[in-house]
Ligand binder design. Structure first.
Ligand code: PHE
Length: 339
């Protein structure tokens, strides 16, 4: 019996040593230690061993078993290490290889002009506010001194949701809201999207405006002119000429339209400015006292001025984009040029 056990041990160790891979090693394990394995068979025969010899044989069996198990586990570990290092070798990366580069996004030209204007205004002491794009007829028109059937409504063909709810046609709607809730003096700007039923190479049904409103005791057209001239010079560059033309808005009196000298030809006249040398950029004026009265502000004590800047026009001119609609198509080739 003892001889038999030692032979099993010797053969097992030989087989383990000779195993070429994990699979054949596992076969060796089954061959000796499995249910029908050779060592198991010996154990089953213990009954035939004389009782006085059993402890001795038992301890040899244990010794042989431990020895085989240890050899197996060592060989298993060796195979694992080999497999791991083969895997690592296969996945090796060359960190000296030059990178493919990373695609970076960029700020859309419209947003970039809007951000720049916001920065300029914040620098001048304005507070940024926002209002809803789905607006009531009251805030968009009525409170801006533009009652139903007012001819000025013709210039702002609107998208109505119900008879009294529409997509705001102008950020001036935010003026109405702020006038109703704020205590003068204050200086606010309201950037955002506006909507009109217009669509051609210079009009999009959705576009952006930046509204400004200053309310204080002693403000006048002179303040408006100085402030807007400075803003335009900061946006379009030093040396930009700013021109004020009389205009009409129901909510300002007097009203002006403001032009800047064309940054493309510096006033000489070119395709961008249609030969006029100037570009129309914004509407503005001294707040009509009626607007103050509708909002419950004392129009004898307080004066104000307001402006509404169209953003798309500036974004087109500053980036030499001839057709406004390309700005909304999100063609990556176009956006890449704008970086
Ligand atoms: N809301 C006017 C427009 O959209 C612009 C404007 C704003 C004019 C504020 C005067 C004062 O045309």
């Amino acid at each position: 019996m003892e001889q038999e056990l030692l032979l099993i041990k010797e053969n097992a160790l030989k087989d383990i040593k000779g195993a070429l891979d994990a699979k054949s090693l596992s076969d060796v394990k089954v061959k000796y230690l499995g249910k029908a394995g050779e060592l198991t068979a010996v154990l089953r025969n213990m009954r035939s061993v004389a009782p006085e010899d059993r402890p001795k044989i038992g301890s040899i069996v244990n010794e042989v078993r431990t020895c085989i198990e240890e050899a197996l586990s060592q060989k298993e570990k060796a195979f694992e290490r080999e497999a791991l290092s083969a895997k690592l070798q296969g996945e090796k990366i060359d960190i000296t290889e030059p990178s493919k580069g990373q695609e970076k996004g960029s700020i859309h030209p419209i947003m970039s002009v809007l951000d720049e204007l916001i920065d300029i205004c914040v620098d001048m002491g304005f507070t940024v506010v926002e209002g809803p794009e789905v607006e009531s007829d009251y805030y968009n028109f009525e409170a801006m001194n533009t009652p139903k059937n007012h001819p000025a409504r013709d210039m702002q063909d609107s998208f109505y949701i119900t008879e009294n709810i529409l997509l705001r046609t102008q950020t001036s709607a935010v003026q109405s809201r702020e006038l109703e809730t704020r205590k003068p003096p204050f200086k606010i700007i309201a950037p955002g999207k506006t909507y009109r039923n217009d669509s051609d190479s210079t009009h999009s049904p959705v576009f952006h405006q930046l509204e400004g409103l200053v309310v204080d005791e002693n403000v006048s057209m002179a303040d408006l002119k100085i402030m807007l001239s400075e803003m335009m010079r900061r946006l379009y560059g030093e040396g930009t000429k700013v021109r004020f033309r009389p205009s009409y808005f129901p909510f300002t009196e007097p009203s002006v339209e403001v032009d800047v000298s064309c940054p493309n030809c510096h006033g000489q006249g070119c395709k961008t400015c249609k030969g006029t040398g100037f570009l129309e950029i914004l509407g503005a004026g001294v707040v009509n006292p009626k607007v103050f009265e509708i909002a419950g502000i004392d129009s004898k004590k307080y004066k104000g001025f307001a402006f509404g800047i169209g953003i798309e026009r500036s974004a087109m001119v500053l980036n030499s984009v001839p057709d406004l609609r390309t700005m909304y198509r999100n063609d990556v080739r176009f956006l890449n040029q704008m970086k």
